[in-house]
Design a binder for this molecule. Structure first.
Ligand SMILES: [Zn+2]
Length: 188
């Protein structure tokens, strides 16, 4: 009996450990997604809404010490990305409508996936352009500009910004870096 209890306790501890791991992971993902898509300033709003339901923007503003207008901007940005839901209700005393907000934690992985797809698409397009113009990029020695052969010809191989002669650039390293970047993102 004692042994069985021990085993049960052990398994419960294991479950707790796994659960807290998932929680930490999801907290980190939420932070990353919100920061990248809206900005660091939206984090306090998200943190405040965690584990709560139907909170008015005035309550949020009061608690995180933001202006109501600022909170509203963050909430609309979050709503655009399906990270919060809300409903409006007329305040009997004041006679105006107040919005009540709830965090949509389920929207986080969806948005993360969409952002990942966008990033990958962008990188693949860049890679394609670099590969198609391999060894045919031109760069200003003062780094004002970087362009493909055709545009460099049009500019008569002179920097349009400072007039210095453009230099041919070996873009092998750039291609390698983009490829690495793609592999890294794909692995996440
Ligand atoms: Zn230049």
């Amino acid at each position: 009996m004692a042994k069985r209890n021990q085993k049960a306790a052990k398994s419960a501890a294991k479950t707790r450990k796994v659960k807290s791991g998932i929680y930490r992971q999801s907290t980190k993902l939420t932070e990353t997604v919100v920061t990248e898509s809206i900005g660091q300033e939206a984090i306090p709003v998200v943190e405040y809404l965690k584990g709560k339901k139907n909170i008015s923007e005035f309550t949020i503003a009061q608690n995180i010490k933001y202006e109501v207008g600022q909170v509203r901007r963050m909430l609309y940005a979050l709503q655009n990305r399906n990270l919060v839901t809300y409903f409006r209700k007329k305040d009997r005393e004041k006679g105006w409508y107040i919005s009540y907000w709830t965090l949509n934690q389920g929207g986080v992985p969806e948005l993360a996936l969409a952002m990942k797809r966008n990033k990958l698409q962008e990188l693949r397009e860049r890679l394609k352009k670099e590969e198609e113009n391999k060894g045919m990029f031109y760069i200003c020695p003062s780094f004002c500009t970087r362009m493909e052969f055709e545009r460099a010809t049009e500019a008569e191989f002179k920097c349009p910004e400072c007039g210095k002669p453009l230099q041919n650039q070996d873009n092998t390293k750039t291609i390698e870096r983009i490829r690495e970047n793609i592999t890294e993102i794909e692995a996440v």
